[in-house]
Design a protein around this ligand. Structure first.
Ligand SMILES: [Zn+2]
Length: 308
């Protein structure tokens, strides 16, 4: 091989090893949908109007083309949805005022399934967060903290998910599901997290009558995501979340489409510089590139990723 051919092969090799762009990484990313579909079974707060879909057309028109269209109506707070700060804090952000940057970011998934299994009225406490940090990583500013109670396995069974099949004001005292205690909410505010989500109907537990955790988080302009789906599919750290609500002007919340991605790991600005937990990932660092191999398994699959 002459010298120019060697040089050409070397340059080709270099470009093959080039760091993939963010666009390239996202193009081949695997996304997990953390959203429940909206239909007649979608669970709403017992006093709220449920989702309704009215078929306007689902047929071939006289002109020969097929045409489908529907009307829909629903309360803001039901199914997978956003609580905007103004929901419990006068003067704070409405749905359309929330900065986009607050609705996307690295996810930190706190698992309290064991505690919630033992007590359906379990309230996540500050000690749960501190224990999680000791086992995993420090929760940084701008994190999206998602609480996994295991309640998703009960969806859409109203009796098991809400604690009651009743609707209207009489149902409210019979609500039983886990939530977050205000001391944990205050801790999250001090950490400067961007948003908090949970796989139950409310960030306050079912038996709450004063909604102190709503008051605490929303007064600090920290929005909440409720009835978040499929949290069992996410690792404790390393996922990136995009949570986009319907842009209701002046809204106190709204239907939310929330998705996560975690196989595009590292090498981009997607993942912040935090300590990756030994329990979830093993990192072999021999200069560059890095090899990251996950030993974590989820109910859906095990993951491993080689990245540069
Ligand atoms: Zn809500």
């Amino acid at each position: 091989m002459n010298r120019s051919l060697v040089l050409a092969a070397w340059i080709a090799g270099l470009s093959a090893c080039a760091r993939p762009t963010l666009t390239e990484l996202l193009t081949r990313a695997t996304w997990v949908d953390l959203t429940y579909a909206f239909d007649s079974t979608t669970i709403y707060w017992p006093t709220a109007k449920p989702f309704r879909l009215e078929v306007v057309s689902a047929q071939r028109t006289p002109a020969g083309y097929y045409y489908a269209a529907n009307n829909f109506a629903a309360a803001e707070h039901g199914g997978t949805h956003l609580d905007s700060p103004v929901h419990f804090a006068e003067g704070k952000h409405t749905t359309d005022q929330l900065p986009l940057a607050q609705l996307v970011g690295p996810a930190f998934v706190i698992d309290v399934t064991r505690q919630a299994q033992a007590d359906r009225d379990y309230r996540i406490v500050r000690a749960d967060l501190e224990a999680w940090e000791r086992a995993h990583a420090r929760i940084p500013e701008r994190a999206i903290v998602l609480f996994r109670t295991g309640w998703g396995s009960r969806w859409p069974d109203r009796a098991r998910y809400l604690g009651t099949t009743k609707t209207g004001p009489a149902a409210v005292p019979e609500l039983h599901f886990p939530g977050i205690r205000p001391d944990a909410a205050r801790w999250l505010v001090r950490r400067g997290v961007h948003a908090v989500g949970i796989d139950t109907p409310s960030i306050d537990y079912g038996q709450s009558s004063t909604f102190d955790t709503h008051q605490t988080l929303l007064a600090a302009d920290v929005p909440a995501f409720e009835n978040v789906a499929h949290l069992s599919a996410l690792p404790a750290t390393g996922a990136f979340v995009i949570a986009l609500p319907m842009l209701i002007r002046g809204g106190s919340g709204g239907p939310l489409r929330i998705v996560a991605e975690w196989e595009v790991v590292r090498g981009t600005t997607l993942i912040p510089k935090f300590r990756i937990p030994n329990s979830a990932f093993r990192i072999d660092q021999a200069g560059s590139p890095f090899l990251i191999t996950s030993s974590m398994t989820s109910p859906n699959r095990s993951i491993s990723a080689t990245v540069v």
